[in-house]
Design a protein around this ligand. Structure first.
Ligand code: OSB
Ligand code: MG
Length: 371
């Protein structure tokens, strides 16, 4: 692969309605669209999924843009890349900054797949033709949560997730279960609890939840292993797992029974696949998490979730869950509860150039010297 040029575009788009967690509210989503163009003029696309502020991880759009521009792209200029894995390994000389790395690495995966006339799913070893779709519902008020469950059930979604915190958990889940006793339901706490809340967390065993996601601190693996021994609901780790080693430690310690894999959080598809392969071997279930992302990252998620170990419906919702108009064509659609895995080359979605242009705030172009 001879990279000729890389373009970074910071885009910004309002959400259809604000997304609330106990950590804050996202109403406008910024992201970084990465285009890696080779010497034959073929483009691969990736997406930097850091948020504008560091509420979910320490990275932001500004830090990602800096690390891509001033650290990672200069590394790519120095070393030739034959396979996307080479980029992942090259980036290991830089500490953390996983979302910045993933944005570039995933664009290189798309380019690699396109150059080899493979779908991205095939290129990474995917086996599924369709992906069971799950969705996160609003938690701002009980009325709104119930309204959204009704609406998304009607659209076919198969698994429902609600954000919880110690001030509303029991009452919200109890109400949902009263109306929907059989719903495939899970809760995401985004680290809203401590081990002092063990009784509150144990009480949630009443609701037959599929899992509780990231109840304790965002960088913890030890305390989750203590908590898992005290509650029946399976713990799923999200924020705590930023690498293969984290996944291995968490599984060995019994800190979780399920792992949410997000390629952005772990530095790209190579690391995501390593975690997947390990979990498959250890019979730990995995699912693909979401980042309120745009279509390019959604397309990558679809390819990732086509791997055989992704047995639980992920946060893989349609483009229209968050956006009036996405930046890809066609948009991601959910039909009868499933998203189709494209079999055309690369990510399998085109770019909606008009939408991309009207949402672009900053554009940076990096030219590679090719001898
Ligand atoms: O559907 C989605 O895009 C994911 C919704 C979600 O829970 C989330 C959204 C943004 C950042 C982190 C998380 C999370 O999984 O914790
Ligand atoms: Mg989560």
């Amino acid at each position: 692969m001879k990279i000729a040029q890389i373009k970074l575009k910071v885009i910004s788009m309002p959400l259809k309605s604000p997304f609330h967690t106990h950590l804050g509210t996202v109403s406008e989503r910024e992201g970084i669209i990465v285009e890696v163009i080779d010497s034959d003029g073929i483009s691969g696309y990736g997406e930097g999924v850091a948020f504008s502020t560091p509420w979910y991880t320490e990275e932001t759009v500004s830090t990602s843009l800096h690390i891509m521009s001033d650290v990672l792209i200069p590394l790519l200029k120095k070393r030739p890349i034959k396979h996307p894995k080479d980029a992942a390994i090259l980036f290991q000389s830089v500490r953390r900054n996983h979302m910045a790395k993933a944005g570039l690495e995933m664009a290189i995966w798309d380019l690699y797949a396109k150059r080899n006339s493979l779908s991205l799913s095939r290129a990474i070893g995917g086996t599924r033709r369709e992906i069971a779709s799950g969705v996160v519902v609003a938690a701002d008020s009980l009325t709104n949560s119930l309204k959204q469950i009704e609406k998304y059930l009607g659209e076919g979604y198969q698994r429902f997730k609600i954000k919880i915190n110690p001030s509303q958990d029991y009452s919200v889940l109890e109400a949902i279960r009263r109306y929907y006793p059989e719903l495939l339901l899970m809760a995401d706490a985004n680290s809203a609890y401590t081990l002092n809340d063990i009784d509150k967390l144990r009480a949630l065993d009443d609701f037959n939840l599929l899992m509780i996601e990231q109840p304790l601190a965002s960088d913890d693996i030890i305390e989750h292993s203590l908590l898992q021994k005290e509650i029946n609901t399976p713990i799923c780790l999200d924020e705590s797992i930023v690498s293969f080693d984290d996944a291995k430690n968490a599984v060995e310690l019994g800190s979780c029974k399920i792992i949410n894999i997000k390629a952005g959080r772990v530095g790209g598809l190579y690391e995501a696949k390593r975690i997947h392969d390990y979990c498959l071997e250890k019979e730990i279930e995995v699912w693909c998490g979401g980042m309120i992302e745009f279509g390019i990252s959604r397309a990558h998620n679809i390819a990732l979730a086509s791997l055989p170990g992704f047995t639980i419906p992920g946060d893989i919702s349609a483009s229209n869950r968050f956006w009036e108009e996405d930046i890809i064509m066609p948009e991601v659609c959910v039909r009868n509860g499933y998203v189709c895995v494209p079999d055309t080359s690369g990510i399998g979605f085109g770019i909606n150039k008009k939408r991309l242009k009207e949402t672009t705030q900053i554009e940076k172009v990096f030219n590679f010297e090719n001898k």
